[in-house]
Design a protein around this ligand. Sequence first.
Ligand code: NAI
Length: 385
Amino acid sequence: MTKLGWGMIGGGEGSQIGPAHRLGAGLDGLFEFRAGALDHRAEAGRDYGRRLGLTPDRAYGDWREMLEGERNRPDRVDLVTVATPNATHFEITKAFLEAGFHVLCEKPMTMTVEEGEEIVRTARAANRICAVNYGYSGYSLVRHMRAMVARGDLGKIRLVKAEFAHGHHADAADADNPRVRWRYDPAQAGVSAQFADCGIHALHMASFVIGQEVARLSADTVSCIESRTLEDDAMVNLRFDGGAVGRLWTSSVAIGRQHGLTLQVFGEKGGLSWAQEQPNQLYWMPLGGRREVIERGEAGLSPEADRTSRVTIGHAEGMPLAFANIYADLAEAIAARKAGREMDPAADLYPRAEDGLRSMAAVFAVAKSGKCDGAWTEARPPMFR
Ligand code: NAI
């Protein structure tokens, strides 16, 4: 296959998530990094782009310059990753979709439900892929959990318990730290802090694995650090459209927890448990049986797990490789479109704009429910009711 062209907006030098995208996109040699507008400071972005190997004419100073520069090139990039701060995602993603580029947008996809619906409509009208980076759904054993649920190993799903609880914003003395402050400022973060930042990863993973979407929710949101207007902890009860009950805890004040993303799924015939900090082991407990450890990379797993396992069993495999699996899915989707063929169904698992929109509806439902003493609240976006 000829290499696909890849471009990136945001993810500049020193950014948190930029390196994971570059590792993920570069891993399989399917994408070539050809263009970027990497920094909010034009010169710093150009300079860093050149140091990463971009030709000077494609190391752009800002995203509008990149859009104009790439639009009419015969070798224009095929996929654009948007890894800028949240409030800019909508404008940039919409502009690139309208210009005919496929886009991978960071989460949260937008700041409002209306913007989320607009992105879904724009991607559909332009017939372009708009993916959203719920990158943890790329882990091999997460895909195996999904396959086990889909083939009925667990029977009907009764309960799903998801957590994304860390302790990195637990110090009240951090109130003036610029990297922390904006996250709890409604003017910059919107209606939710912790749920919009981390809770939506846990919610997406729960939906992805059990194959059901959240329909209603009830949220208890609190600001443990009193000076914060937005929540730093939330406990959310969920009802999924396929009948499953969900319990989701997200926190940024859980001192001692690190990344803190875990998922447990309980069905009529057994239970599964997985933790992102030990991503290579999945625990399976069949009803009336003994606990079994499923190791990533071992024989006899699902095709979805085999496709996304990158190094030999027993070696550590982690987050940039999970992102690489999202990029590999997208490379397959784009290559299939270019060749006019069907895509490999095992690759058709990347998170979509529709998932980004569902997350935004859940974010607003959590904020609303939290203000009404946990009242049960519609969690689906108007477009999907
Ligand atoms: P950051 O603040 O560390 O880096 C942001 C980068 O974007 C900087 O290099 C900055 O110069 C650049 N930038 C800002 N405005 C820009 C503009 N208009 N044009 C071009 N570049 C611009 O932020 P971080 O933590 O890397 O987050 C970026 C996005 O990624 C956020 O939406 C965040 O929610 C998301 N994220 C997703 C994760 C995941 O697991 N999927 C994990 C961490 C962040």
